[in-house]
Design a protein around this ligand. Structure first.
Ligand code: SF4
Ligand code: SF4
Length: 331
C-alpha cells in the first residue's frame, strides 16, 4: 500500500474554540464556544489511523485545557495509539494550575510507553509586550509561573519536553533577540513562526491591521534572521530549526517556499471541534470532509478531493510562512 494511503501521520486536533486570551493575531475567541464532543473523539480514537498511522498528535485549540472533558478525551485518544511517537499540548499557559494539571494527566496516560510529550507554551515577548499581544494583563507573569511549574513536573519524566512557542507579529518583531536571551535564562528552547493571514480557524485575515508586519518590522526581522542564520549554532541550541529560519528569510524576501510540509505531502491534517477535516489551517479552501458523515480513513483515501484541495492551496503554499510542524520527528 502507498505509504500516503495508510492514513495521517500528523494530526492537529483543535479541541475547542474556548480561549481565555484575546490575541491580536487570532479571532478564535470571538467564535461561539464549541468543544469537540466525545463522539467525534471516539470516532478518531477507534479509527484504524489511531492504531496504525498517527505518529504525531497535537492537542490545540483555542485553549485546549479549557475543554471540559480534556482528561476523558486524552484517555480515549491515547489508549489505542500503538504507533504514537509524540503528543503535543499547545497552550497559552495563562492558568498555572489548569495547564500543569492537563500536562500531568497526559503524562499519566502515557505511563511507561515510549511516547515523547512536548508542551508548547505561548510566549511572544518578555514582559508587557506579551500581555499586549495576548490581550491579558499579567499574561507574562502567568506564563513565567507555568514554565517554572512545568519544569518541576517534567524533571522526573525523561521523555517530557518544554518549549516556548513564539508567534512573530509587528508588535514583537524587533524583540526576538530579547526573548532568546530570556529562553537561555530559563533554559527552555524557543520555536518561532510568523503570523499568517488565514480565513480559516483562527480568522487572522479579519484583523490583519492589528498584527501584520509593516515594512519597518519586516526589515528588522530580516536583519535579525540573517544574523541568526549566520550563527546558526546558537539558533539550533534554542530549538528554532535553522532550515525553517533560512526558509523564512527567503519567503520574506519574496522567493517561493521550498521547505517541505507534512500537510502538503498528504501526511497530516487539522480537525476542527465539529469534526471538519482540513489539510491545514491556512485556508477555508483546505477542507477535505467531515467526520460527521465519513470515517477518517475514507476522507484520507478520497484522492479526487485531495487533488482538488491541494491544487486550490498551491498559491498559499508558495508564500506560506508557517513552520508546518517542521520540527515533527526532530530529536
Ligand atoms: S492565538 Fe491561541 S491563545 Fe491566542 S486567542 Fe487564539 S487560540 Fe487563544
Ligand atoms: S499552505 Fe502552508 S501549511 Fe498549508 S499545505 Fe501549504 S505549506 Fe503546508
Amino acid at each position: 500500500m502507498d505509504e500516503r494511503q495508510r492514513g495521517p501521520r500528523v494530526v492537529v486536533l483543535l479541541l475547542t474554540s474556548r480561549c481565555d486570551a484575546r490575541c491580536v493575531m487570532c479571532r478564535v475567541w470571538t467564535r461561539p464556544a464549541q468543544d469537540i464532543d466525545l463522539d467525534v473523539a471516539s470516532r478518531i480514537a477507534s479509527s484504524c489511523s489511531m492504531a496504525s498511522s498517527i505518529r504525531y498528535l497535537t492537542l490545540s485549540g483555542g485553549e485546549p485545557t479549557l475543554h471540559p472533558q480534556l482528561h476523558s478525551i486524552t484517555e480515549l485518544l491515547l489508549a489505542p495509539s500503538t504507533g504514537l511517537q509524540e503528543i503535543v499540548l499547545s497552550t497559552n499557559a495563562l492558568d498555572v494550575e489548569r495547564t500543569v494539571g492537563a500536562a500531568a494527566h497526559v503524562l499519566r496516560c502515557i505511563g511507561g510507553r515510549r511516547i515523547r510529550f512536548v508542551a508548547y507554551v505561548s510566549l511572544d515577548a518578555v514582559g508587557a509586550t506579551h500581555d499586549e499581544i495576548r490581550g491579558r494583563t499579567g499574561a507574562f507573569d502567568c506564563v513565567e509561573r507555568t514554565i517554572s511549574e512545568l519544569k518541576r513536573l517534567f524533571a522526573v519524566w525523561p521523555l517530557a519536553e518544554l518549549r516556548i512557542n513564539c508567534v512573530i507579529t509587528k508588535l514583537n518583531a524587533d524583540g526576538i533577540g530579547e526573548l532568546l536571551h530570556y529562553s537561555d535564562h530559563v533554559g527552555v528552547p524557543v520555536n518561532i513562526s510568523v503570523a499568517s493571514r488565514t480565513d480559516s480557524w483562527i480568522g487572522s485575515a479579519a484583523c490583519k491591521a492589528e498584527w501584520e508586519l509593516g515594512t519597518r518590522e519586516a526589515t528588522a526581522l530580516r536583519h535579525f534572521l540573517r544574523r541568526a542564520v549566520a550563527v546558526s549554532r546558537l539558533m539550533r541550541g534554542r530549538g528554532a530549526e535553522p532550515d525553517y529560519v533560512s526558509e523564512l528569510l527567503r519567503v520574506l524576501e519574496g522567493q517561493v517556499r521550498t521547505l517541505p510540509c507534512p500537510f502538503r505531502e498528504h501526511m497530516g491534517c487539522f480537525i476542527e471541534p465539529w469534526g471538519d477535516v482540513y489539510v491545514c489551517g491556512m485556508s477555508r479552501e483546505a477542507r477535505l470532509g467531515s467526520l460527521s458523515c465519513m470515517s477518517l480513513e475514507n476522507i484520507w483515501k478520497d484522492a479526487c478531493t485531495w487533488d482538488r484541495v491541494l491544487a486550490g492551496l498551491s498559491e498559499h503554499c508558495r508564500s506560506c510562512l508557517s513552520n508546518c510542524y517542521v520540527q515533527v520527528g526532530s530529536p
